[in-house]
Design a protein around this ligand. Structure first.
Ligand SMILES: CC(C)(COP(=O)(O)OP(=O)(O)OC[C@H]1O[C@@H](n2cnc3c(N)ncnc32)[C@H](O)[C@@H]1OP(=O)(O)O)[C@@H](O)C(=O)NCCC(=O)NCCS
Length: 137
């Protein structure tokens, strides 16, 4: 069952993200969850089997493009269509918001997942991603 995540799900979500290797020391997962839940431009969905959280996806629309983050499925439940369903849910939300294009960022050390997105119709971009913390002047 896929539904909107709430703050009470945070502990299970962080555990899942740890289990699938999405955590990085420079990202505070609890802050990422809180910020997403507080922003109208962002949505965090969860997939549950019974009471157990087995998947997540975060979607964001910045007024120009739609973005998908934190697509994750518990390893014991992968390759059963859950990731696809979460992706479809995020895409429907982005469509409702009016986003004309969807993009994802894949870390350079996570190339396994490239073929998953290629199967969903994504193509590699030649753009270079740059970033910095917004308060780091
Ligand atoms: C990526 C991930 C969410 C996929 O979840 P999943 O539940 O296993 O995916 P699904 O079972 O819905 O698979 C959807 C389709 O992609 C294919 N697929 C799944 N994993 C794949 C892989 N690693 N390589 C190629 N194809 C893959 C499936 O065969 C399926 O194709 P089909 O619709 O033609 O049958 C999951 O592997 C995961 O949590 N990975 C770790 C976290 C991560 O790296 N997330 C992405 C961050 S950018």
């Amino acid at each position: 069952v896929i539904s909107e995540a709430v703050l009470n799900d945070a502990a299970q979500i962080v555990e899942l993200w740890n289990n699938v290797g999405l955590m990085r020391p420079w990202n505070d997962p609890n802050k990422d969850i809180e910020l997403s839940l507080a922003a109208e431009s962002s949505m965090l969905f969860k997939a549950q089997k019974g009471n157990v959280l087995i998947g997540t996806v975060m979607a964001g629309y910045d007024g120009h493009r739609g973005w998908i983050y934190y697509l994750a499925v518990d390893p014991a439940h992968q390759k059963q269509g859950v990731g696809r369903k979460l992706y479809d849910t995020a895409l429907d939300w982005l469509k409702e918001k009016g986003a004309p294009k969807v993009q994802i960022l894949i870390r350079a050390d996570n190339t396994d997942v490239v073929s998953f997105y290629e199967a969903l119709g994504f193509e590699k971009s030649t753009s270079v991603l740059m970033g910095k913390p917004i308060d780091a002047f």
